[in-house]
Design a protein around this ligand. Structure first.
Ligand code: FAD
Length: 270
């Protein structure tokens, strides 16, 4: 809100509307078509998060991004298993879940659930949520990071709480008490929209006056202010810091750069 209020004091206007098309004349942005009108402008920033690629097509570019679904679950730890002053707790080891024979049979029957029978990656984590008097815990485990289509509302995830809970029992065995008597969970989440090497896209792309700022994967809140600084420098023509080149969309047009990241075996999750 502070940033929005400061922007408004400098003349910014916030319109709640859907961008439906971007008009280009003489290779330069000339207007943006909204579901609630038309804005004549020479500048357009695509910051559409999971819809970055879709909006990119409106200016004729195919942005090199894809999305992973990342869920989180909140539940009431009514047995008080996780101390309220516990830090973020992360299981750093890959693991196989100890399903019963009956459970294995059910999962084996469901093609989407079959991977849950194999080795799942490191990273199940949780932390207490809420102030004094709260019993809530938030837990996450990105055990399935295959690229997916961006769909809202998110498709249901019937195994997510159970799998995450079981994954956490590796580091917090007392959570086993909830496996067959689970508290009612609240599941939500979103998409990590990202590039292959997991660096964002910030800078000009497509026709003159068109910019992109996105592919912030799982670190967009942390990166927002620094990213906005270099986007503003791109738009205003101010000097860019040396590191801005690492995020310039044009890096994907450089075959040497693409060959270099092809050779990276692990681009790390953030
Ligand atoms: C489960 C989960 C946990 C996370 N935890 C963290 C964390 O702890 N720390 C952190 O830094 N990051 C975290 N992230 C990542 C962070 O949420 C994202 O990186 C960040 O929200 C990306 O910001 P954005 O502005 O690019 O996109 P978004 O926040 O998705 O905003 C995009 C906006 O564009 C709008 N839009 C899309 N299409 C159109 C259109 N055609 N017209 C008009 N508007 C449009 C959307 O409605 C939306 O408001 C997490 C993400 C998930 C899913």
């Amino acid at each position: 809100m502070t940033l929005l209020e400061r922007a408004r004091r400098r003349g910014a206007h916030l319109a709640h509307a859907r961008v439906e098309a971007v008009e280009v004349r003489d290779s330069r942005v000339s207007a943006v078509q909204l579901n609630a009108g038309r804005v004549v402008t020479g500048g357009f920033v695509n910051a559409a998060g999971p819809f970055l690629r879709q909006v990119g097509r409106m200016v004729g570019v195919d942005l090199p991004v894809f999305s992973e679904r990342h869920l989180k679950v909140a539940f009431e730890d009514h047995l008080g298993i996780i101390p309220r002053d516990a830090p973020l707790l992360i299981c750093a080891d890959p693991q196989t879940i100890s399903w019963t024979d009956d459970e294995r049979a059910v999962l084996a029957d469901d093609p989407e659930a079959q991977p849950l029978l194999g080795i799942l990656p490191a990273g199940a984590h949780c932390r207490p949520e809420g102030g004094t008097g709260s019993a809530w815990v938030i837990a996450l485990w990105a055990y399935d990071t295959a690229p997916v289509e961006e769909i809202f509302p998110l498709p249901s995830a019937p195994y997510f709480f159970d799998v995450t809970l079981r994954g956490l029992t590796r580091i917090i065995p007392a959570l086993e008490a909830y496996i067959y008597r689970p508290p009612c969970p609240t599941i939500d989440g979103g998409y990590y929209t990202k590039t292959r090497e997991n660096r964002p896209l910030i800078g000009p792309t497509g026709p003159r006056g068109s910019f992109v700022m996105g592919a912030f994967s799982g670190y967009g809140i942390m990166a927002a202010c620094g990213a906005a600084d270099i986007l503003a420098a791109h738009i205003s023509g101010e000097a860019l810091p040396a590191w801005a080149a690492a995020f310039h969309p044009a890096r994907y047009e450089d075959p040497a750069y693409c060959a270099m990241i092809d050779a990276w075996s692990d681009t790390a999750q953030l």
